[in-house]
Ligand binder design. Structure first.
Ligand code: ATP
Length: 238
């Protein structure tokens, strides 16, 4: 049980959706402070894998561990309390509630003082500070994504799962997402990032896995990828 024990560990995970096998024999580790990109075409199983880690779906076989403790049978709120925080593609904001209330919801289960995280989130996303009393539903898609990420950070995640944070966003918001990923990486955050934008996914990544048909078909170190990385990575999608 040294410091080399992974923060998150998946072993031979399989899963069904509506009775069909969609994840097959996936094993992977994410270490503390590591950023891992999960790549692959639509339908490869990336979201399902994040949902398995968060406890929204139970594996049909295999095991999941957080620091050596099994996550089997835990409900999503229990994995959340262990520090697994997912920002789903749908963002799941409360559109009628203010930006402030949406952000604070991320900290409701915390007993400690979260004021430093509040300050940090507003430093990351200054445009949210100007909109704190606005209903979240009135924000642009990019701003809503910032609220979703900010709310996740208010929970002080041990591992942040990001599902396609740039999907549908205008280029300037994609740049902001890149900036925030790099800033989080700089501060030692542990992240598993699903992203169709390969360049964005790899910007902060240490390692990557490519999924196809519910399996990991290729894995590697970002540092070993050459300048043609997008072509190389996408060649595994087909
Ligand atoms: N609720 C569901 N019921 C049945 N099948 C599903 C369900 N959700 C996903 N699937 C199927 O599971 C497989 C994996 O889907 P998943 O959404 O995990 O892929 P993905 O790689 O995240 O793709 P995308 O980028 O489109 O979200 C696909 O074949 C998909 O059709």
């Amino acid at each position: 049980m040294g410091s080399h024990e992974p923060l998150l560990s998946l072993r031979h995970i399989a899963a069904l959706r509506s009775g069909a096998a969609v994840i097959h024999d996936v094993s992977m580790d994410v270490h503390e402070g590591e950023v891992v990109a999960l790549l692959g075409a639509n339908g490869a199983g990336k979201t399902t894998l994040l949902d398995l880690i968060s406890g929204f779906i139970a594996p049909s076989s295999g095991s999941l561990y957080m620091r050596g403790e099994s996550l089997a049978g835990l409900a999503p709120y229990q994995t959340f309390r262990r520090g697994v925080v997912q920002v789903s593609q749908s963002r799941d904001l409360f559109p009628e509630l203010s930006v402030r209330d949406n952000l604070e919801l991320g900290a409701t289960t915390r007993k400690d003082d979260w004021s430093a995280d509040w300050r940090q989130v507003l430093d990351y996303f200054p445009r949210l500070e100007e909109r704190l009393s606005q209903p979240a539903g009135t924000l642009s898609g990019g701003e809503q994504q910032m609220v979703a990420i900010g709310r996740a950070l208010m929970g002080r995640p041990r591992i942040l799962l990001l599902d396609e944070p740039s999907a549908g966003l205008a280029p300037r918001f994609v740049d902001e997402i890149r900036h925030i990923m790099l800033a989080l990486k700089e501060r030692g955050a542990t992240m598993l990032i699903v992203e169709q934008n390969i360049g964005l996914a790899l910007a902060a990544a240490d390692r990557y896995h490519i999924m196809r048909g519910g399996r990991l078909v290729h894995s590697g170190d970002k540092a070993l990828l050459g300048p043609d990385h997008a072509a190389l990575v996408s060649s595994y999608y087909l």
